[in-house]
Design a protein around this ligand. Structure first.
Ligand code: AP5
Length: 217
C-alpha cells in the first residue's frame, strides 16, 4: 500500500506514522527525519537543509524531490511505503505522482490528521526529542519520568530549534499557504480521508487504521 500522511506541524504525523507503517508492514519515510539525520552528521545536504529548517521554511523542491525519488526507488519500498512530510506543496505532489507512475503503481490513499492551531502550539511547545534514540516525548501529554532524560534509553532530551514559538507560527503559515492546497488536490482525486487527530494517541491510531481499512489491498 502507498500512503501519504498530511497535516499541520505537530498534528502527530510522526507519532502515528510508526504505528500505521508497522500495521501495514511498509517502511515509514519521513523527510523531516532524513533532513535532521543529515544535519546531525553534517553532510552537505544537512548543511543546506538546516538554513531552511531553522527558519521554518520548506527546503527547496529540487533538493527534497531528488532525495525522495532515490529513497522510494530502494528495494524495501517495492511493495509500498508510508510518507510523512512529503509532499509539502503541489509541485512535490506532481513529482510523487511521476515517481509512482514510473514504477507502474498508484498512490492508494492520503490520510489527513486534523487538529486546530491552538493544539499545534500546545503540542510543539511541549515536544522534547531524545538526542540518542530520537524518541519523541511531550512535557504534558507523554512526560518522561525524569526531567530531561529519555525513559527509553537514558539519553538527553532537547527542544527542536524549529519548535520555538515564532518559528512554529511561521511553519503554520507555510502549511496553510503551501501545503494545504494538496489536501484539495487529493480530495479531487478521490483518495483523501481525514480524521480527528485530537485525544489520546491510541484513539487516534484506531481512527487512522479504521479510515485506511477500505483502501487496504
Ligand atoms: P517535519 O519534521 O516534517 O515537521 P512537521 O511537518 O512540521 O511535523 P512535526 O515533525 O513538527 O510534527 P508531527 O506532525 O510529526 O508531530 P509529532 O508526532 O512529532 O519537517 C521539519 C522541517 O523539515 C520543515 O519545516 C522543512 O524545513 C523540512 N522539510 C521536511 N519535509 C519537507 C518537504 N517535503 N519539503 C520541504 N521541506 C521539508 O507530535 C508533536 C508532539 O505532540 C509530540 O511531542 C507528541 O508526543 C505529541 N502528540 C502526538 N500525538 C498526540 C496526541 N494525540 N495527543 C497529545 N499529544 C500528542
Amino acid at each position: 500500500m502507498r500512503v501519504v500522511l498530511v497535516g499541520p506541524p505537530g498534528a502527530g504525523k510522526g507519532t502515528q506514522a510508526q504505528f500505521v507503517a508497522q500495521h501495514l508492514s511498509v517502511p515509514k519515510i519521513s523527510t523531516g527525519d532524513i533532513f535532521r539525520a543529515n544535519v546531525s552528521s553534517g553532510t552537505p545536504l544537512g548543511i543546506e537543509a538546516r538554513r531552511y529548517m531553522d527558519a521554518g521554511d520548506l527546503v527547496p523542491d529540487e533538493v527534497t524531490s531528488d532525495m525522495v525519488r532515490q529513497r522510494l526507488l530502494e528495494e524495501d519500498c517495492a511493495k509500498g511505503f508510508l510518507l510523512d512530510g512529503f509532499p509539502r506543496n503541489l509541485t512535490q505532489a506532481h513529482v510523487l505522482e511521476d515517481i509512482v507512475l514510473g514504477i507502474g503503481q498508484r498512490l492508494d490513499v492520503v490520510l489527513e490528521l486534523v487538529v486546530d492551531d491552538d493544539e499545534v502550539v500546545r503540542r510543539l511547545s511541549g515536544r522534547r526529542t531524545c538526542r540518542q534514540c530520537n524518541h519523541v516525548w511531550h512535557l504534558d501529554f507523554d512526560p518522561p519520568s525524569r526531567e530531561g532524560i529519555c525513559d527509553a534509553c537514558g539519553g538527553e532530551l532537547f527542544q527542536r530549534d524549529d519548535d520555538k514559538a515564532d518559528t512554529v507560527l511561521h511553519r503554520l503559515e507555510v502549511y496553510y499557504t503551501d501545503t494545504s492546497p494538496i489536501v484539495g488536490h487529493y480530495a479531487n482525486l478521490g483518495i483523501l480521508v481525514g480524521i480527528d487527530a485530537t485525544g489520546p494517541v491510541d484513539d487516534v491510531t484506531d481512527r487512522a487504521l479504521a479510515a485506511l481499512r477500505p483502501f487496504e489491498r
